[in-house]
Write a protein that binds this ligand. Structure first.
Ligand code: GAP
Length: 453
């Protein structure tokens, strides 16, 4: 059973230092959040899991870390300047602004008035000025998706790696959207991270690759602890497709506030590379692109048999990191009843995602021999490079167990007087709460096997 409500997650995140409202001491900034000491570890672990699967475990994908600031021409030819809009409605009585598609019963969501403006398009991109002169021309955009920087680097990556299609370019990074109604905690925010793969394929093989990536992505979310039956596969109706898409499948997850998109997997055809390319007329582009007068690169590959230049099709699995964090937190959150009318909150995260892999707890807070021994064990485990290990020297074993249950630490290792004599420790398992006595030399093997789960 996942969490029952968003409030449970929000409260845990604040209490234990996963996620804070940004600039809270000045009243916050709507739709923007900060990741605290545990949140930054969880988020990094999720990104690492994605990178390992999407880049390291394959020979047909290369990585990229491109800039956030984006030349306005990129977003002109990508179609974002024209079409990256939401329909916006104002309440004439209370001045509340809403997305037209979020309005229920034609009433203002704030005051209930029906005195509303007609919907009008509102561009979601953030503009910023470049250089000391702030005029109408010296602006750039904060990228609204990481994808465009992949397309503009297509030739650089091909030329430097000699890749041939099918192959992909993967990137994780920030994206910015001036959402009209950011809401539901980190679900819909104005500054977020995406994990995107642009996988370039031959036209005609695109539909097969699209199905392949849908299966791969569902299976990856399962490996992160997201139950398959809480993911719905939604084939987006034709009339709702983005301007670049021939077909999109959304992986819809049952978040605490409702079933919504966790990841989109789109068939972007040859629209993007075609739009950013020079000499478009020579490239047999199959979609309608804007006539490009500015690009200095031909974003195409040569067909070795026909010698014709062809613009590859693109399959794009695009996942939100923040929505991923919310989903894995939601899946892992449990409130359990214990004996003696007690209860506990436990975050049953997959160990590879846990912010802390092990807590080393000296049984006596002020006993130098035990504390020093504990530090030694902590240092040894930390040096394995398997993730964060902490020394938890509170002197209260029960309280330490509760804390580490709540933050998802898979094991607690207690050091006591016997440890000094026989080099054994007590290992307490987060999920079963069972305790085992093992040799200190076996800790490394235990930790490694946990992280394989
Ligand atoms: N490059 C394709 C693209 O950006 P998208 O469906 O607009 O497609 C992809 O976004 C993913 O990015 C979404 O599935 C979602 O996980 C995440 N995302 C989009 N907007 C977001 C927002 N305002 N806050 C948090 N995550 C968001």
């Amino acid at each position: 059973m996942p969490a029952q409500s968003m409030d449970q997650l929000v409260s845990l995140c604040k209490r234990r230092g996963f996620i804070f409202q940004t600039n809270e001491i000045y009243g916050g900034l709507q739709g923007v959040y900060d990741y605290g000491p545990l949140g930054v570890e969880l988020k990094e672990n999720l990104k690492k899991a994605w990178w390992t699967t999407m880049v390291y475990s394959r020979d047909d994908v290369e990585g990229l870390d491109a800039s956030i600031l984006t030349n306005k021409k990129v977003l002109k030819y990508s179609g974002h300047e024209e079409t990256f809009t939401d329909p916006l409605v104002d309440c004439k009585d209370c001045k509340n602004r809403m997305r037209a598609d979020h309005i229920k019963d034609s009433k203002c969501s704030h005051c209930g008035s029906i005195n509303l403006t007609e919907p009008r398009p509102f561009n979601l991109m953030f503009k910023t000025n470049i250089g000391p002169v702030s005029d109408d021309e010296s602006y750039a955009y904060l990228r609204p998706e990481t994808a465009q920087q992949i397309f503009t680097n297509f030739k650089n990556v091909i030329d430097s790696t000699s890749k041939t299609i099918p192959f992909g370019i993967a990137q994780i990074g920030k994206a910015f959207r001036n959402e009209i109604t950011p809401r539901n905690f980190i679900f819909r925010v104005r500054e977020f991270e995406q994990m995107e793969l642009e996988f370039f394929v031959k036209k005609g093989e695109d539909e097969g690759w699209h199905e392949y990536w849908i299966e791969e992505r569902v299976s990856w979310w399962e490996q992160q602890g997201v139950e398959k039956d809480r993911i719905e596969i939604l084939r987006v109706p034709k009339e709702e497709l983005s301007h670049y898409s021939k077909a999109t499948v959304d992986l819809m997850y049952k978040f605490p506030h409702g079933v919504e998109e966790l990841e989109g997997i789109a068939n972007r055809t040859d629209f993007d590379l075609g739009s950013h390319s020079k000499n478009q007329q020579d490239l047999n582009i199959t979609t309608e692109v804007v006539n490009n007068k500015d690009s200095n690169a031909k974003l195409a590959v040569q067909n070795l048999e026909s010698k014709e230049w062809e613009v590859p099709y693109v399959i794009e699995p695009s996942a939100g990191v923040d929505r991923g964090v919310l989903a894995v937190l939601n899946e892992a959150y449990k409130e359990e009843s214990l004996e003696n009318n007690k209860s506990r909150v436990v975050l049953a995260l997959k160990p590879h995602l846990s912010p802390i892999k092990a807590a080393v707890i000296p049984i006596k807070k002020n006993n130098p021999t035990i504390v020093d021994f504990s530090k030694e064990i902590k240092d040894k485990l930390q040096k394995l490079g398997l993730g964060r290990v902490v020394l938890e020297n509170t002197g209260n074993i029960g309280k330490s167990y509760r804390k580490h249950d709540e933050i998802g630490t898979p094991i607690c290792i207690t050091i006591d007087f016997d440890t000094i004599e026989d080099e054994t420790v007590t290992v307490r398992d987060r999920d079963s709460m069972k305790q085992n006595r093992i040799k200190t030399e076996d800790l490394e093997g235990l930790l490694r096997s946990l992280l394989q789960q």
